[in-house]
Design a protein around this ligand. Structure first.
Ligand SMILES: Nc1ncnc2c1ncn2[C@@H]1O[C@H](COP(=O)(O)OP(=O)(O)OP(=O)(O)O)[C@@H](O)[C@H]1O
Length: 364
């Protein structure tokens, strides 16, 4: 069964002076006009479960205008356990403090009890947008699915940043560059190995979900590694040696461009729909199907990895989907997973779904 969010409480968070919400174990539909706080509610749940928000806000943005602090609490219950997650946000000092069952912890420690998978209109640019969006999507999933992932990613990013700083020096010291090559290749190989393990499992599920949504049309996704082809089958040590070799070979080019051009921070994911590169050829509808399939795959993989189902946060995506894809999404959320859906229009949902769901009206 796993954990469910049974209570969410917000004080002076965004536009809310106070909000108390008891989500349904299945589907909760948050309905209301624009700017009443529907996305803010979803954001609060993401902050508490993932330790981050898709909007990347500063503490000042999170605290209600005119106030100095905000408080977010969620209660998770299931399997005979009760877990209290809390986030205190202050503007002076500008900080976010997390705690779990009353014990202070880091943002990176917040995932692990209950994963959240968010699907928002911003995600619709995943297919055609920059490679960074696709890497960020994988890394956001990795951070929640694997406790060590956030630290590995942060350490690697710091090494790349330090190496880039050195590359921008007027006369970079080659022995210092050697040291950063060693650090970048060690961190990069650890990150890449973790990403590839996760990606391989995800890719197969994305293809399956896509075929179900798109009525048999095929989708394949591939990890495009700056180290070249064949990385999927390599172990961490092999990846480290290869990355070290490539950093050395690429050094003249990196010096010229004053940045590190190989490594997992430059990798990408490609989607091929019906044999064609989706980035160039996919229609709006196909792009939406790819993203929906990706989110469905994340939900499935999260369940496999953590042994319990995540909470699904669908922020205003129904209006972005056509009837067929909306039906696929509704069928998916009807499958017993705890889901919060925001919408301005209940007309997107079937009477059966609404009868089974908890409908919460905002701004009335
Ligand atoms: N720190 C803050 N203090 C006060 N109000 C805030 C703060 N941050 C955001 N808001 C307000 O919250 C509102 C937006 O809420 P939200 O994004 O949740 O809207 P929504 O209900 O999802 O609307 P839509 O249907 O348009 O997406 C805006 O009016 C915004 O000004």
């Amino acid at each position: 069964m796993g954990l469910l969010v049974t209570h969410l409480s917000l004080a002076d968070f965004r536009n809310f002076e106070r909000l108390e919400l008891e989500p349904s174990p299945t589907v909760t539909v948050l309905v209301g006009h624009n700017a009443v706080g529907k996305t803010n509610t979803v954001e609060a749940l993401q902050l508490l479960t993932a330790g981050t928000s898709f909007r990347r806000p500063s503490p000042r943005e999170l605290v209600r205008e005119g106030e100095r602090s905000a408080r977010l609490d969620a209660r998770l219950e299931g399997d005979g356990r009760v877990i209290e997650l809390r986030c205190d946000v202050t503007t002076e000092p500008s900080a976010r403090r997390f705690s779990r069952n009353g014990k202070r912890c880091q943002a990176a420690d917040m995932p692990g009890d209950l994963m959240s998978v968010l699907f928002s209109p911003d995600d619709l640019s995943l297919v055609k947008g920059s490679a960074r969006l696709r890497r960020d999507e994988l890394d956001a999933f990795g951070r929640q699915a694997n406790r060590g992932y956030a630290n590995v990613l942060a350490a690697y990013q710091r090494s790349v940043e330090q190496r880039n700083r050195l590359l921008r020096d007027e006369y970079p010291d080659p022995s210092l560059l050697d040291a950063w090559d060693a650090s970048v290749s060690l961190g990069g190989a650890t990150l890449l190995a973790a990403r590839l393990r996760m990606f391989t499992r995800l890719a197969e599920k994305v293809s399956r979900a896509y075929e179900a949504i798109a009525g048999g049309e095929s989708l394949s996704c591939a990890y495009r590694c700056t180290l070249g082809e064949g990385c999927e089958g390599m172990g961490r040590e092999e990846l480290r040696e290869l990355l070290l070799e490539r950093l050395a070979a690429n050094r003249p080019e990196d010096l010229r461009r004053q940045q590190t051009c190989v490594g997992p921070h430059r990798d990408d994911v490609t989607f091929t729909v019906g044999g064609r590169d989706a980035r160039t050829y996919a229609s709006q509808g196909q792009q939406r199907s790819v993203v929906l399939a990706l989110k469905m795959a994340e939900v499935e993989l999260a369940g496999e990895i953590l042994g319990s189902r995540p909470v699904l946060l669908l922020d205003d995506v129904m209006s972005e989907l056509d009837e067929r894809r909306r039906a696929a999404a509704v069928e998916f959320v009807g499958g017993g997973i705890q889901t919060l859906i925001t919408t301005t229009n209940l007309g997107y949902f079937s009477p059966e779904l609404l009868a089974a769901a908890e409908v919460v009206r905002f701004g009335e």
